[in-house]
Design a protein around this ligand. Structure first.
Ligand code: CMC
Length: 428
């Protein structure tokens, strides 16, 4: 079977044969299709990049119809069951699971970089008491570029590794301080004897005790949630990371842009929006009313639907199971019943079935986070911590890809044609 596409341009009658590779044609191959020598050549028009691959990647693979998610080929279910967050981070970044020696070295390295510079803390103290933690988080990550000017050396492998370790190690510390700031509590320094998530819980919740002992069930649940959120191929924030990185800015600046993209309620801010929606619904009896307003187009059911998944999001399935273990040690979240009822009704309703709308990762994660003691404003920050790994892995893959250049799409200009400046007194 020839792997080509034959195109006939009916404007000129000319035929073109274009190669097909990995199920795609190269948009630049269309440029040769012209009406005459002065013609720019054919472009594609794809608002929101619904059907455009903008990179070749070897990191994460999603089969949206079957609900499959693979990190470097490994199913997310197997990683959630057997791995831990830092091992998964190593896998995403390097391409392979680490040996014991590699893993120990990696974990030690991350553990030793979790402290924040005193000036970073002072910078964070400048935010108002009621500043949104995600706003604090992304501004502080951006400020890190002023502390580590060596990060500009993006084509130096050692420098990239240093920034990678710094970022992965410091984002939980920044997140914890943003949380403590909003509660009016003092900053708690990292405890190197604890695991990555155990220490995060320590920095968040330690009060007057000399040594914080994380609850092992909550520590593991957070680890699983972090594994599930670590990467998700070319989503909005990852595209932002790659796009900003393509101009060769440093990784802290690029990651700030990625975190800003994640902040929106259609992306990582959806878990916060789900909780707001559930509290607004209030009781199970009100569920049919909200479903009715969703179907009449008045609002969206937050935590439902996905650009890629047209079946149950595999991450949502795992989160639902994780919720049971979390609620066994915390109080059950009273909003769980509302969420379960929403899901039950939606999954048998024609509106949702026809549009293939299922719960996504954000539908149940907020319920767990709330039961663990987080206010909804922290939810996008809890998404950004693990996604930092994916952003860096994708950024580095982009930098090392010899086909990549500065990201610079085309447009279809349909505005005014050239005209002469009109003096103010002559304007009507
Ligand atoms: N509630 C009600 N209707 C919906 C929803 C929803 N949550 N999502 C999509 N639809 C409808 C939409 O109105 C459209 O209907 P119609 O064909 O009649 O116009 C149809 O389904 C197709 O939707 P779309 O907006 O064209 O789909 P999209 O691929 O552009 O949007 C999405 C994907 C995730 C932005 C969208 O489903 C949404 O806004 N969901 C709610 C927000 C949310 O939960 N976001 C988290 C995504 S998962 C975490 C992450 O990776 O960020």
């Amino acid at each position: 079977m020839p792997k080509t596409l034959t195109i006939t341009d009916n404007r000129t009658g000319k035929q073109y044969e274009i190669p097909i590779e990995h199920g795609a044609i190269r948009a630049m191959d269309l440029r040769q299709i012209k009406t005459d020598a002065d013609d720019f050549g054919l472009k594609t028009y794809d608002p929101a990049l619904m059907n455009t691959a903008n990179c070749v990647s070897r990191i994460t693979d999603i089969d949206g119809d079957r609900g499959v998610l693979l990190y470097r080929g490994y199913p997310i279910e197997q990683l959630a069951e057997n791995s831990d967050f830092l091992e998964t981070a190593y896998l995403l970044l390097s391409g392979e699971l680490p040996t014991t020696a590699q893993l120990n070295k990696w974990k030690t390295n991350v553990t030793l970089h979790s402290m924040l510079h005193e000036n970073v803390k002072k910078f964070m103290e400048g935010f108002r008491y009621d500043a949104h933690p995600m706003g604090i988080f992304l501004s502080t990550v951006g400020a890190l570029s002023t502390f580590y000017p060596d990060a500009k050396d993006i084509f130096n492998e050692q420098s990239r590794l240093t920034q990678t370790v710094r970022l992965i190690a410091k984002v939980p510390s920044i997140a914890a301080y943003a949380f403590r700031h909003s509660q009016g509590l003092p900053y708690i320094p990292p405890d190197n004897e604890l695991s990555f998530t155990g220490n995060f819980l320590n920095m968040l919740f330690r009060m007057a005790e000399l040594k914080y002992q994380p609850n092992p069930v909550l520590e593991r649940a957070l680890d699983v949630l972090f594994i599930l959120h670590a990467d998700h191929e070319q989503n909005c924030s990852t595209t932002a990371m790659r796009t900003i990185g393509s101009s060769h800015s440093d990784p802290y600046s690029a990651l700030t842009g990625a975190a800003a993209a994640l902040y929106g309620p259609l992306h990582g801010g959806a878990n916060e929006a789900v909780l707001k929606m559930l509290s607004e619904i209030g009781t199970v009896d009100n569920v049919p009313k909200i479903i009715k307003s969703v179907k009449s187009g008045e609002r969206k059911l937050m935590g439902f639907g996905h650009r890629v998944y047209k079946s149950y999001d595999p991450r949502a399935k795992i989160i639902k199971q994780t919720a049971d273990s979390v609620f066994s040690v915390t109080k059950q979240n009273p909003r769980l019943d509302i969420a379960l009822e929403l899901e039950r009704i939606a999954l048998q309703d024609d509106y949702f079935i026809k549009r293939r709308l299922y719960p996504n990762v954000d539908f149940y994660s907020g319920l767990i986070y709330e039961a663990m003691g987080f206010q909804p404003a922290m939810f996008p920050v809890l998404f950004a911590i693990p996604r930092t790994v994916g952003w860096i892995a994708q950024w580095e893959e982009m930098l090392l890809d010899t086909e990549q250049k500065i990201s610079r799409p085309r447009q279809l200009y349909v505005g005014a044609t050239q005209r002469d400046y009109v003096k103010r007194e002559n304007r009507s």
